[in-house]
Design a protein around this ligand. Structure first.
Ligand SMILES: Cc1cc2nc3c(=O)[nH]c(=O)nc-3n(C[C@H](O)[C@H](O)[C@H](O)COP(=O)(O)O)c2cc1C
Length: 188
């Protein structure tokens, strides 16, 4: 299957590398889209090495030579996963904001393309009423599946919900929702 992987600026961004590796080994084509802040945690070269495709970073979709790439990518995808999903990007998606390659492509996805969300954040952020509201908005929109974060001792030292779900669980959710599509193809 053709998998769009959105990576945002959370401490669990390194786990998106494992998710990329698992998906490629399973025969899927992976195109990574990173927020600008995600690059503070993991370098685009790591994803290029793992997926064989240079990631889109920040507003790369506006770069010369990449015109309409967000539309082409959206049409290419069988499924999208955003993991880790920060509170900030969750808010942008729930508000319908399209201000970088990731959020613009997500908004351009055809209605048939399911989106798996792997939120990960500090427990207080996870429990914040605005984060709950944004998750509810996306659940009600129909095409988004939230893979709940796990309860653990978080990097910040707090104990509670907020840890990113396991990469294998996120990939299994994507495969299930994509309906068992086989190996991926070339991006447009
Ligand atoms: C060390 C560190 C770890 C962070 N981890 C998270 C996180 O796990 N989840 C989260 O929502 N924000 C986290 N943040 C805050 C985000 O990086 C910040 O909100 C950023 O603006 C997110 O941008 P993006 O969603 O566009 O990638 C962290 C910040 C720092 C400095």
């Amino acid at each position: 299957m053709n998998l769009l992987l959105g990576v945002t600026g959370g401490i669990a961004a390194y786990k998106a590398c494992e998710l990329t590796s698992l998906a490629v080994k399973a025969g899927h084509a992976v195109q990574v889209l990173m927020t600008r802040h995600a690059t503070r945690f993991v370098g685009p070269l790591t994803f290029e090495g793992l997926s064989g495709r240079p990631p889109f970073v920040g507003d790369d979709h506006l770069a010369p030579g990449r015109a309409m790439s967000h539309i082409d990518l959206a049409k290419w995808a069988d499924v999208a996963v955003v993991a880790p999903l920060t509170a900030s990007t969750l808010g942008r998606i729930a508000a319908g904001i399209a201000d970088d390659a990731l959020t613009t492509t997500l908004l351009a996805l055809p209605a048939r393309v399911p989106v798996v969300l792997g939120p990960a954040m500090n427990t207080e952020m996870w429990n914040h009423p605005l984060v709950r509201r944004n998750l509810d908005i996306l659940r009600e929109a129909g095409r988004y599946t939230v893979v709940e974060p796990v309860v653990k001792r978080l990097a910040c030292g707090d104990f509670g919900p907020g840890g990113l779900a396991e990469p294998a669980e996120l990939l299994a959710a994507a495969e299930r929702l994509a309906g068992g599509r086989g190996a991926g193809g070339e991006p447009a």
